[in-house]
Structure formats: structure tokens, C-alpha cells
Ligand binder design. Structure first.
Ligand SMILES: Cc1cc2nc3c(=O)[nH]c(=O)nc-3n(C[C@H](O)[C@H](O)[C@H](O)COP(=O)(O)O)c2cc1C
Length: 196
């Protein structure tokens, strides 16, 4: 079986565009043999943070939170599709991630940012880097930045135009880097149990 990869996307907007990039990444990773799943924060729809999962007595966390925790724990790697609102993170995805901590540990994470403009979510990208590091993931240096997203991917997540071609060119290295760190982290976890 291929690497178990979760792709997180977190816009709650009814007219959201970033789902194009999430769909593109899921399709391309699947084509490379990964066992990949989209985690759509809007579909999971955790409440605004009250208790983290670990603050519930064992077995009493809300079912959607517990089900997602089990998926995170079972995963080998994560991709965060990072949109940008007012130079910051999208609240839906940040709220989802904050419900967990140790569940994320000892796995690599990659960031793929986008925006409606030419800066391609660069500020959100760098903010997510610090957040994911703080949550115990090894953030890989390869990244993807897509902008303007509407001129890069069509509604089916297919690349269009010159920007789409550039995305296709950059994806291979991004996925290769993530796969290398995924294998390294998995082998190290098997060789030596994480200290906590
Ligand atoms: C509240 C809000 C704030 C935004 N702020 C930024 C911004 O700071 N930088 C940027 O490049 N685009 C910004 N945009 C444009 C978004 O990049 C664009 O709408 C994008 O499609 C949002 O992602 P989504 O469609 O997946 O929700 C903003 C959009 C919204 C709705």
C-alpha cells in the first residue's frame, strides 16, 4: 500500500476556489500511488475550539473529532492547502488543527498555498510553517504557491494556461520531497518508538 497522506483544506466559503488546488493535489498524489484522502474542514465541521480531543475523557470526544483523530494518527504525512485571508490563515482549517496536538507528532507536513492574486498566499504559507512546526510536524522545505488560482486550475482541478503548466512542473519535486521525508519518518518511527 502507498503512503497514507491526508490533504487538509479549510475554506467554509460557498464560492470557495481552493478546493481546486486540494482536488489537484489529491488526484496527483493518488496517480503516484499514494493512499490519499481529502479532509475538508467544512465537511468535518468541528465546533469552535472548546476542548481539545485530549481534554475529553477517553471515548467521550465528539464522534467527528474522534474519527478524524484516528485518521491523523494512522497517517504517514500531511499536506495543508493554505488559503489567505487578510494576510493570515483561514479560520476553518486553523480551528480544525487546534483540536489536536500529539496526534500530529513525528510526521512530515507540506504546505501548498494559493490566493486570488499573484502573491499566491505567500503570507499564509509562511504562517502555516510556524504553526505546523509548533504542532510537532517536520515541515518540508518544498512548497507550492498558486496564484491567481482562477487562472491556474479550472473548476475540475485541471491545470490551465501557463500558470497551470508551471504548477505541473513544480509538483513533481514537491511530491518527491514529501515522499522522501515520509519514508524517512516512517522508518525512524519503526526503528525507535517516539519518546512521547
Ligand atoms: C476575507 C477575505 C480576505 C482575503 N484576504 C486576502 C489576502 O490577504 N491576500 C490575498 O492574496 N487574497 C486575499 N483574499 C482573496 C482570496 O485569496 C481568494 O478569495 C481565495 O479564493 C480564497 O480562498 P477560498 O476561495 O478557498 O475561500 C481574501 C479573500 C477573503 C474572502
Amino acid at each position: 500500500m502507498g503512503d497514507r497522506v491526508l490533504v487538509f483544506y479549510g475554506s467554509y466559503r460557498r464560492d470557495r476556489m481552493g478546493i481546486r488546488l486540494a482536488d489537484f493535489i489529491v488526484a496527483r498524489l493518488a496517480a503516484r500511488g499514494a493512499d490519499v484522502e481529502l479532509i475538508d474542514a467544512k465537511a468535518v465541521d468541528l465546533p469552535m475550539l472548546d476542548r481539545m480531543r485530549k481534554e475529553y475523557a477517553p471515548g467521550t470526544a465528539p464522534p467527528a473529532m474522534e474519527a478524524l483523530a484516528q485518521k491523523i494518527i494512522a497517517a504517514d504525512a500531511f499536506v495543508f492547502v493554505a488559503g489567505e485571508y487578510n494576510w493570515g490563515q483561514q479560520p476553518g482549517l486553523k480551528n480544525l488543527t487546534d483540536h489536536f496536538l500529539e496526534e500530529w507528532f513525528w510526521r512530515p507536513a507540506a504546505i501548498a498555498s494559493y490566493s486570488g492574486g499573484r502573491l499566491a498566499g505567500a503570507r499564509s504559507n509562511s504562517i502555516w510553517h510556524g504553526t505546523l512546526s509548533e504542532m510537532g510536524m517536520a515541515v518540508i522545505s518544498s512548497t507550492i504557491s498558486v496564484g491567481p488560482i482562477g487562472q491556474t486550475l479550472d473548476a475540475q482541478g485541471q491545470p490551465i494556461g501557463d500558470a497551470g503548466k508551471a504548477l505541473e512542473r513544480s509538483f513533481g519535486r514537491f511530491a518527491d520531497d514529501l515522499a522522501w521525508w515520509t519514508e524517512a519518518a516512517r522508518e525512524q518511527r519503526a526503528r525507535k518508538a517516539p519518546p512521547y
